[in-house]
Design a protein around this ligand. Structure first.
Ligand code: SF4
Ligand code: SF4
Length: 363
């Protein structure tokens, strides 16, 4: 499918067309009950899960606190995933950022073929910008660019010695980055999670190795702990430091609470800057830049040179929704709307923000 225009209503029409075209190729009941057809995208876009569970056993991982056991590839086909996303009222073809690799490791042997199947189908029918984050090297990295020639590839490291990630060798990950970069892919070093007392210890060596591998940018990510993860890290590594940094009390045994690592981020940024590495504020920023897009959706932007889109898409959209609006402000920094008549829903805001990549405020 090729989109010749990119107005908001064209993208919504494309969604409807996909649902029509693919209806006979999918098990509709299974697909509309799948989480991908219901979920609201998070800050970095829509996380796509080619499977769940992971056998790599990183010590800070909270996947098993989510009551996920074993490793299982998704039971959706690639076409069913596309149908689920097109059915999702928060999703926009071409515009919603896709992030693969959250509740599993996308290149585990049990998951890898599903990861490619999903990426190939997204590329064929939806053409959304794809980002994959991993700790394993894809067995055939060329397939990444066949799926998305601007794919954003993030390789994660929580320390140089890899003491928290016993199943994945740090040097193998650096070798993988060299391979990926030699194919022309913009690979980024994802320093996450930052574990106080461990990540910062040999951070210079890690950043120098990334730079020597050809990496030009990094993203930093904080640690979230459940009571179980906090217990493991504190006992095994005597990390009193961690408990001090937990931002709030746990609500229950599965609660994930972030740590305050602002000082460590500053320290890592300083070293990275001295080495000439670019620092992206969030993973979404790496995805935007890799796809030569732009965004001004949060206070850390703009990422890329952001220009405001066409104003008439707002009117066309609300007309189709039978909602009467007044546009009070339409600028590169904010869109302010006043609803005159009709029922405004949370997905209206998500679709407009996804399309314009500008915050939308409703008065
Ligand atoms: S690779 Fe990711 S999902 Fe797997 S154990 Fe490590 S943190 Fe968890
Ligand atoms: S402005 Fe940048 S960091 Fe903020 S949401 Fe957009 S891409 Fe992400």
């Amino acid at each position: 499918m090729i989109y010749t225009k990119e107005k908001l209503m064209d993208l919504l029409d494309a969604k409807r067309q996909i649902l029509k075209d693919l209806r006979d190729a999918v098990n509709v009941r299974k697909v509309v009950n799948n989480e991908h057809s219901q979920r609201k995208p998070i800050f970095c876009g829509m996380t796509v899960h080619p499977g769940d569970g992971c056998s790599l056993g990183c010590l800070y991982c909270y996947v098993c606190d989510m009551e996920i056991s074993g490793v299982k590839a998704s039971d959706l086909t690639g076409v069913e995933l596309v149908y689920a996303l097109a059915f999702n009222k928060y999703f926009l073809p071409k515009k919603t950022l896709i992030a693969i690799g959250s509740i599993t490791e996308p290149f585990l042997p049990e998951i890898e073929s599903k990861t490619y199947e999903f990426m190939e189908s997204i590329s064929k029918y939806l053409k959304n910008p794809i980002q994959v984050s991993t700790k394993l090297c894809p067995s055939d990295p060329r397939r990444l660019i066949e799926c998305d020639e601007c794919i954003s590839f993030l390789m994660s490291f929580s320390s140089y010695l890899g003491e928290l990630e016993p199943s994945v060798n740090v040097l193998d990950r650096i070798e993988c980055l060299k391979k990926i970069i030699s194919l022309g892919i913009e690979a980024v070093g994802f320093i996450r999670p930052i574990v106080p007392g461990i990540t910062e210890k040999h951070i210079d060596e890690l950043l120098i190795s990334l730079k020597e591998a050809g990496v030009r940018a990094i993203v930093l990510g904080s640690l979230r702990v459940t009571p179980r993860v906090l217990n493991i890290l504190s006992k095994r590594f005597h990390l009193k430091e961690i408990s001090k940094r937990v931002k709030r009390r746990f609500k229950d045994r599965n609660d994930q609470v972030p740590l305050d690592v602002r000082d460590l981020k500053m320290k890592i940024k300083k070293i990275a800057k001295e080495l000439g590495l670019r620092i992206f504020p969030f993973a979404c920023s790496a995805n935007i830049i890799s796809h030569k897009m732009s965004c001004n959706l949060c206070h850390l932007g703009p990422c890329g040179r952001h220009k405001i889109g066409d104003e008439e898409s707002i009117y066309e959209y609300f007309e189709s929704r039978r909602i009467k609006v007044e546009v009070l402000e339409f600028s590169r920094d904010i869109i302010v709307l006043k609803i005159v008549k009709g029922k405004y829903q949370s997905y209206d805001k998500v679709l407009l923000e996804t399309y314009y990549k500008i915050p939308v405020k409703v008065k």
